[in-house]
Design a protein around this ligand. Structure first.
Ligand code: NDP
Length: 256
């Protein structure tokens, strides 16, 4: 790994990295040398992810911690545990997220609240706790995993769309408050990526052909497509990039 992108010795937390996009981002950061804390909600799935990654990296590089990103207490305890047991947290990727597909008229308040708290409030809660130490040390990187739904809307995912749009603006708000303290906060907005979250869409022939037609690159994204942009935003190569959201979507948001 050449100097600009070298993350050797830097401690990173990727929320929701027990599977899917988060796991690929964790692997990318570890490939660049970072010590990565894997994270999720389900302890068994997390332990399996840690065992799988431990086989591919140096033992000290892979740690894991389960906590609920929607809880302020759990977020504070989680960040404190990392700082004490792993090291000063230098990179935070706010990636954990869920979707709940239902027409807006049928949306129940509890489901709306669950999506908003998991996809938006979580970045505030975990980001706030991470930023305390980062600001005290005068440097740190926060990457918020947004979506093309920050810019585009589709039926049945209103809460998700509202949360991701909010997350893009939270990225700007964090920048307004914390950039002067040495932090870079940026977003990545993935297009349609083949993961567990989207498996039912991949399996839906009509939706699948719509996506291919709607995406200039003419394919679904893979989780590996997102690792390079994350390593760049986590590294010194992006030190004057502040408050931006990088669209990694095969061109979806630049065509109609
Ligand atoms: P997955 O459903 O595959 O993985 C979600 C991850 O988030 C899991 O690790 C899960 O943990 C964790 N998680 C969910 N809720 C919580 C919680 N309350 N506390 C802690 N961890 C939680 O999702 P993807 O990999 O597909 O998506 C990852 C991110 O990327 C999301 O923010 C999503 O919105 C975004 N995104 C995805 C796209 C796609 O096409 N897939 C496109 C654009 C954005 P556990 O395993 O324990 O349940």
């Amino acid at each position: 790994m050449s100097g600009l992108f070298d993350l050797t010795g830097r401690v990173a937390l990727v929320t929701g990295s027990s599977r899917g996009i988060g796991n690929a981002l964790a692997r990318g950061l570890a490939d660049a040398g970072a010590t990565v804390v894997l994270h999720g909600l389900n302890p068994e799935r997390l332990a399996a992810a840690e065992a799988a990654m431990a086989a591919d990296f140096a033992p000290h590089q892979i740690r894991s911690l389960a906590f609920d990103v929607t809880s302020d207490v759990a977020a504070a305890e989680g960040i404190a545990w990392i700082e004490k047991n792993v090291g000063p947290l230098e990179i935070l990727v706010n990636n954990a997220g869920i979707q709940h597909r239902v027409p807006l008229l049928d949306m129940e308040v509890k489901d709306w609240d669950r999506v908003i708290s998991t996809d938006l409030t979580s970045a505030f809660l975990v980001g706030r706790e991470a930023a305390r130490g980062m600001l005290a040390r005068g440097h740190g990187k926060i990457i918020n995993i947004c979506s093309v739904q920050t810019d585009l809307a589709r039926p049945t995912i209103a809460a998700y769309t509202a949360a991701k749009g909010g997350l893009r603006n939270l990225t700007r708000a964090m920048t307004a408050e914390w950039a002067a303290g040495g932090l870079q906060i940026n977003g990545i907005a993935p297009g349609y990526i083949h993961t567990e979250m989207t498996q039912n869409l991949v399996d839906d022939e009509k939706f699948n052909s719509w996506i291919l037609g709607r995406t200039p690159a003419n394919r679904w994204g893979t989780v590996a497509d997102l690792a390079g942009p994350a390593v760049w935003l986590a590294s010194d190569a992006s030190n004057f990039v502040n408050g931006q959201t990088i669209f990694v979507d095969g061109g979806m948001t630049v065509v109609v």
